[in-house]
Ligand binder design. Structure first.
Ligand code: UDP
Ligand code: MG
Length: 331
């Protein structure tokens, strides 16, 4: 695979929510890796409304080492939003996302960067030997990974792993909402990015507590529905709603016709026929689905045009070396 170019500057982004005891160890292990990278590195630590003294600890780190920047969010916005805040400020050509609790190992970063240098746009970590509880974490995650892979068509073993490396320009094409950070590889793939995965080390949580319970499963499932919709139908919603609308409405009309014939030609009474209700229900649903699809078509246009969002993404444009890019050929 031909690479466009080798990565220079690197930004590392970590969301922090009540991780006070992990922060100095995190600093130490990041610095160890950064010194070995041989590229300019910045670290952006995003304090997601911590209330345990993480804020002060983070400021000490920023004070001690100029390569560290700390963003303090005004309240707890959640991991995805915190990561998005870091991504927005990152200036590197590559952006590495990593958890602050040291369950991920910064020592894996150089290998991930090497993958980006090969020409990949997204390198997703795979915690092959994951050190979490089985019933509440590993089992749901296995199901989720299977489901997400099936639905998005991007087969990864470990969507939930936070340690991921991105080319910054791919990340710019991806907007994050809800719990979407885990879907970035799928969204990036959809935007035309080259996605791969890599085994990474995973440690048990040594400091602090996990911020999630089983309720996360529901949130992930709902986000998956959104992602699927965005992936396939965001630019042509009527295709989804309209198809079901036509099927439902069509069945309703057929059933209605059948009942009408019975009534008119055979004198059957329709008063006590549940089929009549069904016919009306199907027709109404059909009309509603088609109308919903049309409204969604309008919404989609507003969505893309209000933001001047193209319906495509460009990898790069090739010009003859030295040509004036702004000018028209021959000017
Ligand atoms: N986190 C955050 N905001 C939140 C919840 C979590 O910034 O509302 C951070 C947390 O500090 C950690 C990362 O997101 O750096 C992953 O959280 P956690 O380790 O609790 O998740 P798990 O590894 O258990 O899935
Ligand atoms: Mg963790």
């Amino acid at each position: 695979m031909a690479s466009e170019h080798i990565i220079g500057r690197v930004s590392i982004v970590a969301p922090v929510y009540n991780e006070v005891d992990a922060l100095w160890p995190l600093y130490e292990s990041l610095v160890k890796v950064m010194d070995k990278l041989g590229r300019p590195v910045e670290v952006i630590l995003v304090n997601d409304g911590s209330s345990d003294g993480s804020a002060e600890r983070l400021d000490e780190i920023a004070e001690k080492d100029e390569r560290f920047t700390v963003i303090h969010l005004r309240r707890n916005f959640g991991q995805t939003a915190a990561m998005a805040a870091g991504f927005d400020m990152a200036r590197g050509e590559a952006v590495i996302a990593i958890d602050a609790d040291l369950q991920n190992d910064p020592a894996d970063i150089p290998a991930m960067l090497a993958k980006l240098d090969e020409g990949y746009d997204v390198v997703s970590g795979w915690r092959k030997y994951r050190k979490d509880t089985w019933l509440t974490r590993k089992l749901p995650s296995a199901v989720a990974n299977w489901l997400i892979s099936k639905v998005t068509g991007v087969y990864l073993h470990d969507y939930g792993c936070s340690l991921k490396a991105y080319r910054a320009d791919v990340l710019k094409d991806v907007k994050l909402y809800g719990e979407m950070h885990r879907f970035i590889p799928a969204l990036a793939y959809w935007a035309g990015g080259r996605v791969t995965e890599m085994e990474v080390t995973h440690h048990p949580r040594k400091y602090g507590k996990t911020k999630y319970g089983v309720s996360r499963i529901l949130r992930v499932v709902l986000d998956l529905v959104t992602v699927k919709f965005l992936l396939t139908y965001a630019t042509r919603p009527l295709q989804v709603f309209g198809r079901w609308g036509l099927i439902s409405g069509g069945l309703g009309v057929l059933l209605g016709l059948y009942l009408t014939v019975q009534k008119l030609f055979y004198g059957a009474s329709l008063a006590n026929r549940p089929a009549l209700m069904l016919s009306v229900l199907l027709m109404l649903m059909g009309v509603q689905l088609i109308t919903m699809g049309l409204i969604a078509e309008l919404q989609a246009r507003t969505y893309y045009e209000a933001q001047d969002k193209p319906v495509y993404t460009v990898r790069y444009v090739k010009y003859k070396a030295g040509r004036m890019r702004e000018g028209f050929p021959g000017d």
